[in-house]
Design a binder for this molecule. Structure first.
Ligand code: ATP
Ligand code: MG
Length: 324
């Protein structure tokens, strides 16, 4: 396995108390595989990813338990300089907002080239040539001319392509894309997503794709982890989940996807809000919003039940959910 996160726990110490942002998360991704991580705002998707990348805000954040095994090393046991090497060359992250991730005062060619100068010891001239190649790779038209341009001279979609190029420059084994298309127009979103999926296949990378958008997931992901209040509540191969969810929260997410064939119909939304992480409800954290909740759900935290060999659900009533 390329990456295996085991029972990860992350807390944030704030003035109001301790927020348990990640509460025993386990997931894995192999070379050539795409794991989609889903869940509403605040469920711990980004914090988990930041812990994997080693870019968590510490303090106020703190990793209080678990392991992050990457190519058979526990990243949490590495020294900071070793960790930095892994982060630079073996894994990379793509963020939502390219404009704030790219440096406004350097041309995109210089920024892309810098990767090769610093990490590969290339001359400026060779690095520039590689930058043009990379821009071609991410299908930026007229790359040879545009290599001298600055980030603000590109459209949002093109900037996102440049960030993808930066992430892929050193051919990392793992890429984490945190809502990579959220800030883009719908049509551009699809193009950028297609590009990312193509490159993932070409480079045989492991890809963790964090998204709100269940619509894109079906096309690109191999498997899905659904997060709620810092936990994984369901994990399964992508097709199983679309056939029949084994957790009422997953079902709620699926039913909130806008469908073109049901135009005009009112969109289903999961009622209520996710819990305050400083005060997670007893029992199943989803119980106050769950249409299937029974007494046991208000008292007993559901373990991750084995629905089958490849599928897990943290619902006491996963059978009813699956067949209902
Ligand atoms: N720097 C921080 N300081 C304090 N608390 C934080 C910090 N970063 C995250 N948190 C806490 O961790 C929780 C999970 O945050 P995270 O960014 O992982 O959510 P997310 O699932 O990525 O949501 P979104 O979809 O909005 O990006 C937040 O609700 C917040 O309580
Ligand atoms: Mg996030």
């Amino acid at each position: 396995m390329l990456l295996e996160v085991r029972d990860l726990q992350v807390e944030f110490r704030t003035r109001d108390g301790i927020a348990k942002a990640v509460n025993g998360v386990s997931y894995s991704v192999d070379a050539g595989e795409t794991l989609a991580v889903l869940g509403e705002s605040g469920s711990g998707k980004s914090v988990t990813a930041q812990a994997v990348m080693g870019i968590l805000d510490i303090p106020p954040g703190r990793i209080t338990g678990g392991e992050i095994l990457f190519r058979d090393r526990d990243l949490l046991k590495l020294k900071e300089d070793e960790r930095r090497k892994v982060r630079g060359a073996e894994m990379a992250m793509i963020f939502q907002d390219a404009l704030s991730s790219l440096n406004p005062v350097h041309s995109v060619g210089d920024q892309l080239g810098e990767m090769f100068v610093v990490h590969r010891g290339m001359s400026r001239k060779d690095a520039r040539a590689r930058a043009v190649e990379l821009m071609d790779r991410v299908r930026i038209p007229a790359a040879r001319e545009r290599v001298k341009d600055y980030p603000h001279q590109f459209s949002g979609g093109m900037r996102q392509r440049i960030m993808i190029a930066m992430a892929l420059a050193l051919e990392p084994a793992l890429v984490i894309a945190d809502e990579p298309t959220t800030a883009l127009d719908v049509t551009v979103q699809a193009q950028v997503m297609d590009l990312l999926a193509d490159l993932q296949r070409e480079y045989n990378m492991g890809l963790i794709l964090i998204t709100h958008d269940l619509g894109v997931v079906a096309d690109v992901a191999d498997k899905i982890a659904v997060m709620y209040a810092g936990r994984i509540v369901e994990s399964a191969p992508v097709h199983d989940i679309y056939k029949a969810p084994a957790h009422p929260y997953t079902r709620g997410l699926l039913e909130s996807i806008p469908r073109l064939d049901q135009k005009g119909q009112e969109l289903y939304a999961i009622k209520g809000l996710p819990p305050n992480l400083m005060n997670i409800p007893p029992g199943c954290a989803f119980n106050p919003r769950c249409p299937m909740a029974q007494d046991v759900c208000r008292t007993d935290v559901p373990p991750l039940y084995e629905v089958d060999e490849v599928r897990r659900s943290a619902c006491h009533f996963w059978r009813e959910c699956l067949h209902g």
